[in-house]
Write a protein that binds this ligand. Structure first.
Ligand code: PLP
Length: 319
């Protein structure tokens, strides 16, 4: 599952050299970090002896696409609980929602205030049918499986370390779009385990507030270390750097500065970015490099994927 790390053309006058790890090129379902994360959930389901999957999310999300695709490919029934499907946004078709129609997951609409009940009802219904359902987020309140997706980017981090050793290059910083924090938990856990030197900087792209995001990530890391009987250093939280200043108006909101970077990177490096995740993070990283006066260093941008959203944002698209 090794993805390429390439040097990007990155004009600047402080000798900052920029590299990109192309997680968008992971060879399944149009790639992205959700391929690694989705596989971690899928394997956990198999290990726990379950035979069908319940996902909470929406049909425009990269996670739902990848999980539905894994289930479809392995002939495992997939149930997708969606809140807000009755609202205005429900009608918006994107490339992900179109792909979801192909993949045939059963969509279960629910109210935002009624998620736990819907998860429970769905579990009960499937159990009564003789199935053994697996809910990716743990219990009906979405608690208890925080450690599972962390493995994905412990592995990703180890690939980065191996590349650094092979090339004789040490990254000073690793930047990426941080949403639920699974990717960040994995990278930071990997860094702690391997005692790496890089500063791992998540660019927040979500609407989640700082304290809550930090809490969720600390829980994820703690659960991962407990699950694998590993010793977690007392001050591990100091490795969590989450930049809140580049969210613009919140999740999915963006302005011309981001669209400019997306077009520029496609023209300059042939790199597809999107305005919700990777384009926002790339723009945030550039701002950070300026604001923190980074100088004479090697920086890594982890491209977390979202290829369908790149097409959504082309002129005439739905983003
Ligand atoms: C989900 C996603 C992210 C955020 O990853 P988390 O692990 O949820 O923080 C970033 N980029 C893309 C393209 C994604 O689909």
């Amino acid at each position: 599952m090794n993805t390429p790390i390439q040097k990007l053309d990155f004009p600047n006058n402080r000798n900052v050299r920029l590299y990109c790890k192309r997680e968008d090129l992971l060879p399944f379902s149009l790639g992205g970090n959700k391929v690694r994360i989705g596989r971690a959930f899928f394997n956990d389901m198999l290990e726990k002896g379950k035979d069908c999957m319940i996902v909470y999310g929406n049909s425009r999300s990269n996670l739902c696409r990848v999980l539905a695709n894994l289930c479809c490919a392995h002939k495992v029934p997939c149930y997708m609980i969606c809140s807000g499907e009755a609202g205005e946004e429900a009608g918006i078709e994107t490339n992900n929602s179109r792909l979801m129609k192909w993949l045939g997951a059963e969509v279960i609409p629910c109210e935002k205030t009624n998620i736990a009940q819907t998860v429970e009802d769905t579990m009960n219904r499937l159990t009564a049918e003789g199935k053994h359902p697996y809910y990716i987020f743990g219990d009906k309140f979405g608690i208890g499986n925080e450690g599972t997706p962390v493995q994905a980017y412990v592995d990703g981090y180890r690939e980065i370390r191996a590349w650094e050793e092979q090339e004789g290059i040490l990254f000073s910083h690793i930047f990426f779009a941080s949403g639920t924090g699974s990717t960040q938990c994995g990278l930071v856990s990997g860094k702690i385990l391997e005692q790496g030197p890089e500063k791992i900087v998540g660019i927040s792209i979500s609407s989640r507030e700082y304290d809550r995001a930090m809490n969720v990530m600390q829980t994820g890391i703690r659960e991962y270390f407990e699950k694998h009987h590993l010793e977690l250093p007392e001050h591990f939280a100091k490795e969590l750097h989450l930049e809140m200043a580049y969210r613009q108006a919140g999740y999915g909101q963006y302005d011309d500065r981001i669209m400019h970077v997306i077009r520029e990177e496609f023209c300059r490096n042939g790199l597809p970015l999107d305005p919700t995740y990777t384009g926002k993070a790339f723009w945030g990283m550039k701002e950070y490099i300026e604001e923190h006066h980074l100088e004479d260093c090697d920086v890594l941008f982890l491209h977390t994927g979202g290829t369908p959203l790149f097409y959504d944002c082309l002129p005439g698209g739905t983003l």
